[in-house]
Structure formats: structure tokens, C-alpha cells
Write a protein that binds this ligand. Sequence first.
Ligand SMILES: [Fe+2]
Ligand SMILES: [Fe+2]
Length: 228
Amino acid sequence: MRALAPSSPTRPTGARRAPAGCKATSAAVALAAGLVGCSSTSPGLGVEARVTPADVRARDEGVARYRSHHASLREDFDHLSRLIGGIEAARGDGRSVEAVRTAARFLERCVRPHAGWEDRAVYPLLDDHVPGGDLLTTSARGQHETIERQTRALVEEAARPAPDAVGFARRADQLLGVLRLHLDFEDTLVIPLLERHVPADVLAKALAEPPPPSPRATPEETPLPGSP
Ligand SMILES: [Fe+2]
Ligand SMILES: [Fe+2]
């Protein structure tokens, strides 16, 4: 996919035909790489006169909360990685079903509240304010759909009477890679684009709804003894 020329303020023709899911990430990266540095005619630029220092402060605090939540999620993903490792360690002594279900529960708690909050509070701002945002949100929402589809499949596998522990661990590990790449995508492209193109008062208002609290592992979600 050819990146937009940095000076182009227009949306690409046929952007909504971009493929959904993680395969679209590279296209969005190429697009956004041009957009982050462009001199834009964002709708936000015409209303900056009404933005106050308090708006800017509130916007910066909201963005800091958003980034901090992503940092917490990265720690949660590290914990999930240990839970997945524990599935292998539990094989053969009857604990693998318990280990699979524990990992599935924690995965679900990591993924669903956060994605729901972004779909509701954050992604609409891309559509409304970021040049080319429709392509970016097509990619971002496609990633969320891919993550949700894979999460649902793992939760369903864990709920079976005799889940395939080896297959679950392999697919959960692959999903962890997708999740980490997705956070990179949002930290390096989505958030900078929001900061650049969304008026501070609008972004502050959207981010006034805080992200859901990090799931933080319960005592029952401790990796089993023998886990890596
Ligand atoms: Fe996301
Ligand atoms: Fe996120």
C-alpha cells in the first residue's frame, strides 16, 4: 500500500475496502506514518481558539491514563504468558484442565473490557477527526474483531469437558503476540494521531471516561507450581 503524501489532507479513495484484521495493520502503519507528520486541515484546527489551558491539561491527563493502562496491560500479558506456560507444566498430572480454564478466564478479563472501552470512547474520534481515519479505524476495529474471535474460540475450548490443552496453549500464545502488536499499534500510531488531530477539549471529554481497571490476577490466577 502506498502511503499518502505527507502534505495530502484528503482521505484515500476506496479506503473502506481495506482488509479487516491484523493483515491491515501494515497498510494502516504506512498510512499513519505519513499522517503523523503531515500538515493537516484537520477539523480540529479551526476551533483551537476555544481550547483553554484547562482543556489541554485534562487532555494530557487523559492520554497519560490511557498510556498507563496500556503499560498495565503489558504486565497482565506477561502474567498471562506465565499462565499459558503453566498449562504445559500441568500436563500429565490432571491439572491441565484447571490451568486452561484459569488462562482463558484471565485472557477474557484482559481483553474484553479494554476493547469495549476503546470501541465506545476512542475509535469514533479517529473517524471524526483524523485525516484518513476511516482506513485507520478499519484496521483498528478489524484487529479488535480478530482478537475477540480468537478469544471467544479459546474461551469455548476451555469450557469443553476435555479441552485440548496443547492446542489451547499454542493458540493462546499466538494471540498474545497479536495482543502485544496491537498495543504497539495503538501506542505508536493511534494515540499520537489523536493528540495531533482531535481538539484538546474533545479528546479530554472522551478520555474523561477512564479505561476499565486492569484485571490484576486474583490468587486463583497464580501460575501453577512448576510453571516457567
Ligand atoms: Fe485496542
Ligand atoms: Fe488499547
